[in-house]
Structure formats: structure tokens, C-alpha cells
Write a protein that binds this ligand. Structure first.
Ligand code: GDP
Length: 499
């Protein structure tokens, strides 16, 4: 498909740099540039491709600007069409006037994403690569950049195309059988089909599962700061991100809603979410805040549970037990003991050093006895305390002593955070970052699971191939390919049935 209209739009944000670039794409790009720009030595944009030309934009009132134009010839351009990129000075006036002149010269303003859309339609990239362009532009961290770049380079598309290849092979085997169904012949080796299906599902499910990490890399790893009221959650958020975003106050229940801030640690973007402290309350607004907190805990990748070093044991136990039922596999719980600076301030008789250990579990779980949360690994205890519901592996290491007020221990906490993700988030692994893709993959997996079930139940192949086509369509929808035609092409091409 070729577009007849020539479009234009600024490719840079106006007013922030020395130069602005205005992109023009479509069949008339070079002619329009020639109408607008008087090139040096009487050259014409339409005469040569792949060049940079210097020229002036002359108006009756005088020279508007001196510009450099980059000229590209179809199909060797971003959109696959003839293109001109005009570099002018980044004056709001110049850019606005230039856009006006381009409109008068016969082009029209581009719609959002229209250049990339043309690139997709012209086969310069597939749909997932086009989406990666948006991710690349939006990336703020090293890991998000790497992921978008991987997708843009086509690694993700190659993986999908691999999966599609497998599905098409299965479809071909089935369709072949279909063709001869009148003759009551079962062609396809069902064991082989089953093995191929299992393989495809395992690849698809692997991609589906990667969405949690992919999404965290793209939008920031959600880290919820949770705990009882007044344990220092807001102070900790401020200590982590280094400003005073969250409201800090010694009136319990100040953070009634959630407050967020982001920070890049070790090339990974984190989204810290300060939450309303969990406690029993009759205040309606606070209740809503607490319910939001519990939701955020369920959605988080990491939960930093803030315990007050000087809080009564009962409080600590409440904190832990209100959070445990909300956690699931894959989440990481980091317990911090805050306000350790107060250890030095209080009178030794009141709080002897040797007793700076907690006994969180002995109230509810007397069998565990005294437990020094300052030094020991919590994992096993938490696992037991939750009756095995909470996977021990998710609790990361021992409790970290911190003072959100003085900054003591914060570096240790940051280190723990990045340790959990360093290897996982910085590998070259292919991850799904897009909810649309994750949903399509999930539906594809469900369809294949149906095929698999039906296969063992000896259901006729025509019903199986329906679900298989559905799975193919879903996978194809990610990269923007048309599926059914291709299945047919594959069948006729490979088996030479000749119909
Ligand atoms: P939140 O309700 O959990 O968000 O608690 P805030 O961050 O509002 O803090 C409650 C009170 O504890 C405030 O008076 C803070 O100044 C104080 N606080 C927080 N962290 C520390 C700390 O590490 N040391 C000391 N001494 N006080 C702290």
C-alpha cells in the first residue's frame, strides 16, 4: 500500500534546544521541500537522495531561517517513503511558520504515530517493533532502554515468529488430515502433535510469565512501603528518593492515600509507593486508604515492611500478620527496623542492649519462642507463621536496621533492592513489556490448551484446528501479520497437495 498524502510534523520538542527538526514524509516530500527551500548552488532536493543540503527559507519580508535538509529516498527511510528532515533553529516562531508553509506547499499535519504507522504498513518494521519505538522514546532507565532496543532490533519478533512457525507446522499436519477426512484417514501422528503443542505452550507461557518483570522494567519496579501507622514510612520514602514529597508528621494516620516517587538504582527504575499505615480505625477516609494499601501490597513486586524499633511487641506482630496473607509467590518482602537511632538516645535501663531483639511470633505462635529479628533470617519463621502459605524464598534475607531520619542503613536497603533484580533485569532475555501482547499470549495459550485437551480426547481435527487458528491469530496480532492466508500458503507450499 502506498500513501498518496505527504505528511509533516516536528520531530523534536520546540524551544528546548538549539535546533528543531521537522519531518516530512510521502511521495511529494522532495518537491515540497524544493517549493519551500532555496538550496545553495541552485540544487534541488528532488534531484538527489541521501544527502544533506544547505539552504534558506525566503519570504517576501526576508529570510525566515537558514536550514539543512536531510533527503531520503524510498524505500531507504524510516517510513519507507521519500522523506525530508528539515533542521532549523529552534525558535517557536520559526517552527510554527515553517509548519504553516509546509501546509501551504501541499503537505498535511501528521497524526500521532503516523510516521511509525507508515513504517509498519510499508514493511519497515512489524507491529511489536513499532511499539518498541514508543518504548524506546519513553525509556528513562538503562534496563528499560535495553529492553526496548532488543524489541526494536527484532529479537522479540523473532521469538514470536519461531512460536508461530511451530503452530503453523501443527496446523499443517492437522489441515492435511482434514483434507482427507472423507476417506476416514488419521494422518497426523497425535503423539507428535501433542509434543509440538506442549512445546509451543511452554514458550508462550514463558513469555506470559515474563510480563511481570517486563512491565516492572518499563514502568518501574513497584515497591510498596508498608507498615503500622507512625513507623516512619513517609520519612523512609523521603530518605530513599531524597526530597520531601511525602507528608511527614507525628500525628498518626497522616498518609491517607498513596504517594509515589521514582528512582533509578543500578540502571533499574523503581516506583516507591508510600501507603497509609495499617491499623484499626473508624475514620472512613483512613479506612479507604488502608484498603488501598492492601491492594497496592498485592500488586507490588517488593514490599518494604517498616517496623518501629521501639514499638510494643504486639504492634509488630500485628504488622506482620496483616501483610502476610496478602503476599504471593514472586513478591519479595524486605523487613526493616526503623528508628534505630533512638537506641542510643534512650536510657540503657529502659531498653537494655541485650534485649534489642523482638519476639514477634511468640504471642501468636508461642512454639517459635524468642526470635531476634535484628540478626536472624526471617524466611523460615515467616513461612511457618503463615502456615506455609507464604513462600520462604520470597522473604529476602535478614531484617535491615535503618534510621530513615539519619540515613543510617539506607544504602544497605538500596543494595538489597538492587541485589534482587540485578541479574534478572539486566540479562538479554526476551521479556514481554506490553499488556496487549501479554493478553494476546494468554488467549493463545488458552486456545492451545483446548487443542491439547481435545487431542487426548480424540476430538475430530476440524474442531481442533479452529482453536489452533485462534491461537495463531492471537500471536499474529502481536506482530501484525495476517494469519489464515499464511496457514494455507504453508500447507500448499510444503505438502504440494496441488488443489
Ligand atoms: P508514617 O506514618 O509511617 O509515614 O510515619 P512518618 O514518616 O510520618 O514518621 C512518624 C514520626 O516518626 C515522625 O515524627 C518522624 O520524624 C519520626 N521518624 C521517622 N523515622 C525516624 C527515625 O529513623 N528516627 C527517629 N528518631 N524518628 C523517626
Amino acid at each position: 500500500m502506498t500513501y498518496s498524502e505527504t505528511i509533516f510534523a516536528p520531530a523534536t520538542s520546540v524551544g528546548t534546544g538549539a535546533i528543531s527538526i521537522i519531518r516530512v514524509s510521502g511521495p511529494e516530500s522532495t518537491e515540497i521541500a524544493d517549493r519551500l527551500i532555496t538550496f545553495r548552488h541552485g540544487e534541488a532536493a528532488s534531484s538527489t537522495g541521501y544527502s544533506l543540503k544547505y539552504g534558506s527559507i525566503l519570504e517576501e519580508s526576508g529570510t525566515l531561517d537558514e536550514v539543512v535538509a536531510a533527503i531520503y529516498r524510498a524505500p531507504q527511510s524510516y517510513t519507507g517513503e521519500d522523506m525530508v528532515e528539515i533542521m532549523c533553529h529552534s525558535s517557536q516562531y520559526v517552527v510554527a511558520r515553517l509548519l504553516e508553509l509546509l501546509g501551504r506547499a501541499g503537505a498535511r499535519p501528521a497524526m500521532p504515530g503516523e510516521f511509525t504507522r507508515r513504517a509498519f504498513v510499508n514493511g519497515k518494521m512489524d507491529l511489536s517493533q513499532a511499539e518498541a519505538v514508543a518504548d524506546l522514546i519513553a525509556s528513562t532507565s538503562e534496563s528499560a532502554h535495553r529492553l526496548a532496543m532488543n524489541q526494536l532490533k527484532g529479537n522479540y519478533s523473532a521469538k514470536l515468529s519461531d512460536i508461530r512457525g511451530k503452530l503453523i507446522e501443527i496446523a499443517s499436519l492437522m489441515e492435511l488430515e482434514l483434507d482427507f477426512s472423507d476417506e476416514d484417514i488419521e494422518f497426523a501422528d497425535r503423539d507428535r502433535l501433542a509434543a509440538l503443542l506442549d512445546e509451543a505452550v511452554s514458550h508462550i507461557d514463558g513469555l506470559c510469565a515474563s510480563f511481570r518483570d517486563g512491565n516492572a522494567i518499563k514502568n518501574g519496579v513497584p515497591v510498596v512501603i508498608a507498615g503500622n501507622v507512625n513507623t516512619g514510612k513517609s520519612t523512609l520514602l523521603n530518605a530513599l528518593v531524597g526530597d520531601s514529597r511525602a507528608i511527614v508528621s507525628d500525628i498518626p494516620g497522616t498518609t491517607r492515600d498513596t504517594v509515589e516517587d521514582t528512582m533509578i538504582i543500578d540502571g533499574i527504575l523503581y516506583r516507591f509507593i508510600d501507603t497509609a499505615g495499617i491499623r484499626e480505625t473508624s475514620d472512613k477516609v483512613e479506612k479507604m486508604g488502608i484498603s488501598r494499601t492492601l491492594d497496592r501490597i498485592s500488586e507490588a513486586d517488593v514490599i518494604i515492611l517498616v517496623l518501629d524499633a521501639l514499638a510494643p511487641l504486639k504492634e509488630l506482630e500485628k504488622s506482620v500478620s496483616s501483610i502476610l496473607p496478602r503476599l504471593s509467590t514472586g513478591q519479595e518482602l524486605i523487613c526493616v527496623r526503623n528508628k534505630v537511632d533512638l537506641f542510643d538516645a534512650i536510657h540503657p535501663e529502659e531498653f537494655p542492649v541485650k534485649d534489642r531483639s523482638y519476639n514477634i511470633f511468640d504471642l501468636k505462635y508461642p512454639a517459635f519462642g524468642t526470635y531476634d529479628i535484628g540478626t536472624e533470617d526471617l524466611a523460615r519463621k515467616l513461612c511457618l507463621a503463615s502456615d506455609g502459605k507464604f513462600p520462604a524464598a520470597a522473604v529476602s534475607g535478614e531484617i535491615i536496621d535503618i534510621s530513615a531520619l539519619t540515613g543510617e542503613g539506607i544504602d544497605k536497603l538500596l543494595d538489597r533492592l538492587s541485589k534482587g533484580r540485578r541479574g534478572r533485569f539486566t540479562s538479554e532475555e526476551i521479556l514481554v513489556t506490553n499488556a496487549r501482547h501479554a493478553n494476546a499470549l494468554r488467549r493463545a495459550s488458552e486456545s492451545i490448551a483446548r487443542v491439547r485437551d481435545a487431542l487426548s480426547g480424540h476430538v475430530p481435527t476440524d474442531l481442533l484446528s479452529q482453536d489452533l487458528r485462534e491461537a495463531l491469530r492471537e500471536i499474529g496480532s502481536i506482530t501484525g501479520e495476517i494469519t489464515d492466508e499464511e496457514v494455507l500458503g504453508e500447507i500448499f507450499g510444503r505438502f504440494c497437495i496441488g488443489k
